[in-house]
Design a protein around this ligand. Structure first.
Ligand SMILES: [Cu+2]
Length: 207
């Protein structure tokens, strides 16, 4: 009964922990989103990290009309650049509220037409198809102002994913020794149980 209760609590914890921050690097290599294809659940956050002194942005678009903003919903980060080293201290965070495909592009100059596009939860509409029709788009449109997400410091959110990815293995590598210690405890318990059985056996034999 207690075991079942523990399982239920464990499952609840897992369900809570399920929403994740999905890091997408912008301009890490020229005219790219990395990754440019990803999957996300409702409740996850897309977190765009901007690189390079060249300006970039991210705009949610419609599959049918590449390099122009989504007609409903969507988001726009505004333009970001860096001093040339590292990433911009600010990130753009977008709460995912659908499992439908979300196409997005960079609206700076001809970056979209030149293939700086990405997608979350692609379906039958592929990124390759979006990219190829973007190549012949007549221009790239930036919405009038930032919307659909939050510009925030990367401090908490960017260093957490990177340090948690690097510290997570450390945590799990420290976990086995302590589990091993527990194992040893269980082992000595087992040994004493076996010796107890032996003693009982001996006692039986002696009768
Ligand atoms: Cu760009």
């Amino acid at each position: 009964m207690m075991f079942v209760k523990t399982l239920a609590i464990g499952a609840a914890l897992v369900a809570h922990a399920a929403a994740v921050d999905i890091r997408i690097d912008v301009g890490l290599t020229p005219l790219t989103f990395t990754p440019n294809t990803t999957t996300a659940k409702v409740g996850d956050y897309l977190e765009y990290h901007f690189h390079t002194a060249t300006q970039h942005s991210v705009v949610a678009g419609d599959f049918a009309s590449p390099c122009t903003p989504a007609k409903t919903g969507g988001f726009y980060s505004g333009f970001f650049s860096t001093t040339g080293t590292g990433e911009n201290p600010n990130v753009f965070r977008v709460l995912v509220n659908t499992t439908d495909p979300i196409f997005f592009y960079c609206s700076y100059l001809r970056h979209c037409e030149n293939g700086m596009v990405g997608v979350v939860n692609p379906g039958s509409q592929t990124l390759a198809a979006y990219k190829s029709s973007a190549a012949s788009a007549s221009g790239s449109v930036s919405p009038p102002g930032v919307f659909g997400g939050v510009v925030t410091t990367a401090n908490s959110s960017s260093s957490t994913p990177s340090s948690s990815t690097s510290s997570a293995p450390a945590t799990s590598s420290t976990a086995p020794p302590s589990a091993g210690g527990g194992g040893n405890g269980a082992g000595s318990l087992a040994v004493s149980f076996v010796s107890l059985l032996g003693a009982v056996g001996a006692a039986i034999l002696m009768i």
